[in-house]
Design a protein around this ligand. Structure first.
Ligand SMILES: [Zn+2]
Length: 342
């Protein structure tokens, strides 16, 4: 993985990455403290890719861009790559502000609408039930029950979404970007590739520094996301070494194939750690978090760390390396041997 020699633009300005491609970096109020947003130039106007979380800082930043470097042309379309709050949070206000048609994929729309429809109370109860099944301590389970919806806290009311699907093309002033949809970090993330020019907006599925969070979701905690992500990563190992990759976080880079292989190895290492530990004693998600991360977390990180541990356990079950059982308190247990009760 080789970083490109380009620095993020200062707040309120844009960095040009190609004739038709601009890069903005927005602040996030999380440990991962920024997001990369991209803008394509088309004959009809700007296509904005992702929006930031819904807060005052994002609103001011968009205001500065729309009245500054983007002022010369209309905003033609907005593309939300996936339903996570840092990508979709400000989509509603941005659509209202610009009047632009807003797109995402079908699975991402559905997931966003499902999450947004949960009231604070519904979200708290569902997360508490999930944490209970994960074997988290009672005080943590009780704390999230009344903590409200982290989704609604960071997301404005959603706009109407039009749909993009795999194979759709976006023609720009300098090339043509083909839409991909992939499963792993989310249900059907949109990414864009201009193969001819060797440019790839990978968004959150291929990142240069951190491993994209592969997190079982409270909507479907048993789903084996890692299998889908491995299929994606395997394909990515064949990316041309000089393709320029523009990720949703951190910095643009080359040698995406090398990076994809590192991520495959990283997940296999984690799977092996859990599989080995389960030979001594059955695991819960809580004990798996200890093995994978070896430390405790704040609320926001707890959500992702527990989901990540769960996703690895789901995969071990899916490939037959562990067996899922339930104890009499309703906690999910992952054991090396299948215990058959007569
Ligand atoms: Zn994401």
């Amino acid at each position: 993985m080789i970083p490109l020699d380009i620095e993020a633009a200062q707040k309120g300005s844009l960095r040009r990455l190609a004739d038709d491609l601009l890069w903005a970096r927005f602040d996030l109020p999380f440990r991962l403290n920024h997001i990369n947003l991209y803008i394509l130039a088309t004959a009809e106007g700007w296509v904005l890719i992702d929006t930031g979380v819904n807060n005052e800082i994002t609103a001011h930043h968009w205001q500065a861009l729309l009245t500054g470097p983007l002022a010369g042309k209309p905003v033609y379309q907005i593309i939300v790559t996936h339903h996570h709050v840092d990508h979709i949070g400000y989509a509603g206000p941005l659509a209202a502000l610009t009047g632009a048609q807003t797109f995402t994929s079908l699975a991402e729309t559905e997931h966003a609408k499902w999450l947004y429809a949960l009231t604070d109370e519904d979200f708290g109860n569902l997360l508490a039930e999930t944490y209970h099944r994960y074997g988290l301590p009672t005080e943590l389970v009780n704390a999230v029950r009344s903590a409200g919806s982290r989704y609604r806290r960071n997301t404005a009311p959603l706009p109407e979404f039009s749909l993009l699907q795999e194979g759709d093309e976006i023609k720009t002033s300098a090339g043509s970007w083909r839409i991909r949809t992939d499963t792993g970090h989310s249900d059907a993330q949109i990414s864009l590739m201009d193969k001819e020019r060797g440019l790839f907006l990978s968004v959150d599925f291929l990142l240069p520094r951190i491993s994209p969070n592969i997190s079982a979701d409270i909507r479907d905690p048993d789903f084996d996301l890692l299998s889908a992500y491995f299929i994606y990563l395997k394909e990515m190992t064949k990316l041309p070494a000089d393709m320029q990759i523009f990720p949703g976080h951190d910095w643009p880079f080359r040698q995406g194939g090398v990076r994809a292989q590192q991520l495959i190895d990283h997940h296999h290492h984690r799977l092996d750690l859990l599989h080995a530990a389960a030979q001594t004693a059955p695991l819960t998600v809580w004990s798996a978090m200890d093995i994978l991360f070896g430390r405790r977390f704040g609320d926001h990180e707890m959500y992702f760390a527990s989901g990540e541990a769960r996703a690895h356990l789901n995969h071990l079950v899916a490939v037959g390396r562990l067996h899922k059982q339930y104890d009499d308190r309703g906690i999910d247990i992952y054991a090396a041997q299948d215990v058959v009760t007569a």
